[in-house]
Write a protein that binds this ligand. Structure first.
Ligand code: XMP
Length: 600
């Protein structure tokens, strides 16, 4: 995008780099994330640079750095946390391992209520998360804010428009953080507010026309928000006849999903939407499998085979066809955080035959500069229904990874049972370890460990505390659940189970109940994603068990369990329990980390 009216965010591996770019866009200014090794030439093409935080320490070997020359580009620079320390270090100040580590909120005493801090109070609450801090200022800098434990929490070289903040203005725990960005972006960098979805549509329509020329576009539409919005934009730009959308029904979709998506699109005038029913092939390929990775592999491979076959059948002449994809911005950035999301989607966007097209420049990705919320705004602007636009993200292998399987072999969990019981007791609750395992994530590694159920009544805060204590103290447990029904547990039996049509149909019913209930309660937007999971456990001799897993999240990197309103929860529990074949309902009380969003 040729646009000098933009802010570049250099990502040093911070969890929050995405958040910085989003904050800037929220102000109506385009922002892009770049890697530290980005050329000075590219870094020059902007109105200002923000250096993100990151887990490193500036004096360590091999840590990410930018060239000192970025301070000679004549651009305003704002360094945050590690970015603040790195700027001080590169400009020959001194950074030290802090005697006192600061995590959480702190009171910032502002010494200059102008420039970066224009419009702020003398004292502001800010969010700190650091060990190292700046000890000696680089030449030309002065302190513009301090906290009790950090003398140089905010520094500036006002002549050169360089600013460094030890705290994180991008997180909501810094209540006036957005004002700081506004001062930097609009006043100090002099950016104009020209980033809006309407402008984006105009820009992309022009670009699509240019790239596609007189060719046509073929698009694989999963029914998810991204591919649906991409389809709508291509359709608007090129017209119905020149866009061919293909949807593969893999049998692990939500209840009646493929037909529903087809109907929705038809209503909007997308006649060129075709569905292939490949249910049987998919159920056949997972027959007898129990291991989650094996299930994933089999489904991924089948998807690739079918896509290749269909592409071959369509015999698309590259002289006449391009491939359209709903790839969104976070999927395109090569940062530590987003690499994961890029790989889990591999089977969708990078099938062998498709890879060749990508390499030959024959792929159109009209959403490649957008975040999910912007994709939704775009969809709305294009006239897609709220229901389509606010669909939750759904994994490629669909309900197959939300339907746990088992070979029925019990493991001895008596040791962790006792330890979990003693922690739960401190919160007035009982604990029970489940004899199955689910996937979790800690550090960068995936774990495969036992969930623990908490039995008893208390408030969400106490459940949260108990859950965190248990997963922190007992590493053999990566997930904690709350028992919703039945009231007590007399026996738990592990059932031998694989992926069958019957089990998937039952899970589809439970999932439909959940989706309907949260739509009725107006919670579709508040909850980022709500997997309904089926586990092959029989409680008190009833049917299988269902786990409710609503989460609040930022791009799925981290997540917090979403404390559902008790009334909605009761409605869901009662309806799910009334299904023939379901005997227990649990609620997942685990954040990510240590749990993942999906169970697998
Ligand atoms: P986890 O379970 O790792 O999931 O916390 C993070 C996000 O990724 C989604 N997910 C997938 N999406 N294909 C996808 O397109 C997949 O194979 C896949 N596996 C997980 C998950 O739903 C969550 O939003």
């Amino acid at each position: 995008m040729e646009n000098k009216n933009k802010i570049l965010v250099v990502d040093f591996g911070a969890q929050y780099a995405h958040l910085i770019a989003r904050r800037v866009r929220q102000l109506g200014v385009y922002s892009e994330i770049v890697l530290p090794e980005t050329s000075l030439e590219k870094l020059k093409d902007c109105s200002g640079i923000i250096l993100s935080g990151g887990p490193s320490s500036v004096y360590e070997e091999g840590v990410p750095r930018v060239s000192k020359k970025i301070f000679e580009l004549g651009k305003p620079v704002l360094g945050l946390c590690y970015g603040h320390q790195l700027m001080s270090f590169l400009l020959e100040g001194k950074v030290e391992q802090g005697q006192v580590k600061e995590f959480g909120t702190a009171q910032l005493e502002i010494l200059k209520q102008e420039g970066l801090f224009e419009g702020l109070q003398e004292k502001e609450t800010v969010w700190m998360s650091h060990g190292d801090s700046v000890k000696e200022l680089p030449a030309g800098f002065e302190v513009i804010g301090k906290t009790r434990d950090c003398e140089k929490a905010a520094i500036a070289n006002l002549d050169k428009k360089f600013f460094g903040l030890q705290f994180h203005p991008e997180v909501t725990h810094t209540p006036n953080g957005l004002k700081i960005f506004e001062n930097f972006v609009l006043n100090i960098c002099n950016c104009k507010k020209d980033w809006s979805i309407k402008n984006y549509i105009e820009l992309k329509c022009r670009e699509i026309k240019e790239q596609v020329g007189n060719k046509n576009v073929f698009l694989l539409a999963s029914g998810g928000v991204d591919s649906t919005v991409a389809l709508a934009l291509l359709h608007k730009t090129l017209g119905e006849k020149r866009v061919y959308a293909l949807h593969v029904d893999i049998g692990f979709m939500r209840q009646d999903e493929s037909a529903w998506v087809g109907r929705q699109l038809e209503k909007l005038g997308f006649g060129n939407f075709h569905v292939i029913n490949a249910e049987k092939e998919f159920f056949d390929c997972v027959k007898g499998l129990v291991d989650p990775e094996e299930k994933r592999k089999a489904i991924g491979q089948k998807f690739i085979d079918i896509q290749n076959r269909e592409l071959k059948n369509l015999d698309l002449n590259p002289e006449k066809w391009l491939l359209g994809q709903g790839t969104i911005y976070p999927d395109t950035i090569e940062t530590a955080g987003t690499k994961h999301s890029a790989t889990i989607k591999t089977h969708h966007n990078r099938v062998d035959s498709i890879k060749k097209l990508v390499e030959a420049g024959l792929v159109v990705e009209p959403l490649n500069l957008l975040y999910k919320d912007e994709v939704r705004a775009l969809g709305k602007e294009l006239g897609l229904s709220e229901k389509l636009v606010w669909r939750h993200p759904f994994p490629g292998p669909g309900l197959a990874i939300r339907c746990l399987c088992s070979n029925g072999i019990l493991e001895d969990v008596s040791d962790i049972q006792k330890r979990a019981e003693s922690v739960a007791k401190e919160f007035g609750l009982q604990a029970e370890i489940l004899p199955i395992k689910s996937v979790g994530v800690q550090g960068d590694a995936r774990t495969y460990a036992h969930p623990c159920i908490l039995i008893g009544e208390t408030d969400w805060k106490t459940f949260e505390k108990a859950s965190t204590r248990i997963t922190n103290e007992i590493k053999e447990i990566n997930r904690v659940l709350r028992l919703l029904a039945p009231d007590a547990i007399d026996s738990i039996e592990l059932i031998k189970a694989t992926l069958t049509r019957e089990r998937i149909a039952l899970l589809q019913q439970a999932d439909a109940i959940v989706m309907r209930a949260i739509a009725d309660a107006g919670l579709m937007r508040d909850i980022w994603q709500f997997p309904t999971v089926m586990i092959p456990l029989m409680v008190n001799g009833g049917g299988e068990s269902i786990v409710l897993r609503p989460v609040d999240s930022m791009e799925a990197m981290t997540a917090k369990f979403y404390p559902l309103d008790e009334e909605v929860l009761k409605k869901i529990t009662d309806e799910v329990l009334a299904l023939n074949g379901i005997g227990a309902v649990f609620f997942d009380l685990t954040h990510k980390p240590p749990g993942t969003i999906e169970w697998e």
